[in-house]
Design a protein around this ligand. Structure first.
Ligand SMILES: [Zn+2]
Length: 245
């Protein structure tokens, strides 16, 4: 059953009330609406817990899409109490983890601004993220860190603009990823815009992001690895660069 994905309109929604609409054989749960992000586009799905009317908790280990993008399945850890269809409960996202993922995900967008090469892959993590670029140039990681932190400190707004799948198809040039498919299939696609009037960047993306670049906080490029002749893997970590002795 299609779900109302509340996080798409509010990345800062960490709890909501919802009704169970389906329980899968493997224990996976569907709700009428959810604030949980499901794994896609290189960003891992949310973890957290469900609070039942009697106050007991069901701990969720992951969130994934079903057969289509409008199905979101909340997967409990093993040996949790079974739920019944029609039950109302409160969903709680593990906010500390999700906020780190939002900061990291936004940092990946900033990296694609600093390094304007085609992206061949990306994985957002709560401690480290990686972005792969199709490039042969050699870049100094400390220079990249300095450019990233300049964008962070300039406090650019980060917001969504919605376009239709048809508009995206008519403007293929706005997609930076070579291998990562933009989030089409829902009829509308979210463009993640950075800076007033998208002055810094605009990129189709279905993930969750912070509202302003300063919220990304201190980050640095920990490593730039050569992955094949024309591929460079950048690793982004939180905190100040580690000074090498
Ligand atoms: Zn994104």
């Amino acid at each position: 059953m299609p779900v109302s994905a509340l996080y798409r309109d509010d990345f800062y929604l960490s709890t909501c009330e919802a009704v169970v609409t389906a329980v899968h054989d493997d224990g996976g749960i569907e709700f009428d609406q959810t604030c949980f992000y499901a794994t896609s586009g290189g960003q891992p799905g949310d973890t957290g817990f469900l609070e039942r009317a009697d106050g007991s908790k069901i701990v969720l280990g992951q969130t994934r899409h079903g057969e289509t993008k409008d199905i979101i399945v909340h997967v409990p850890l093993p040996d949790q109490a079974p739920l019944t269809i029609g039950e109302t409960m409160v969903l709680h996202v593990d906010w500390a983890r999700r906020h780190k993922l939002m900061r990291m995900h936004t940092a990946c967008h900033l990296l694609s601004v600093v390094c304007s090469y085609p992206i061949t892959g990306a994985a957002v993590g709560e401690d480290e993220s990686r972005v792969d670029f199709d490039m042969t140039d050699t870049i100094d990681k400390d220079e990249v860190t300095a450019k990233l932190m300049a964008l962070v400190e300039q406090k650019h707004p980060v917001y969504l603009q919605w376009i239709t799948d048809e508009e995206l198809a008519a403007n293929p040039g706005i997609v930076k990823s070579k291998n990562v498919r933009p989030p089409v299939g829902l009829g509308r696609v979210s463009l993640v815009c950075i800076g007033e009037n998208s002055a810094i960047d605009s990129q189709p993306c279905g993930g969750t992001h912070v509202a302003e670049t300063q919220e990304v906080g201190q980050i640095h490029i920990a490593k730039i690895e050569k992955k094949g002749k024309e591929n460079r893997r950048f690793r982004i970590r939180f905190g100040a660069p580690v000074v090498e002795a």
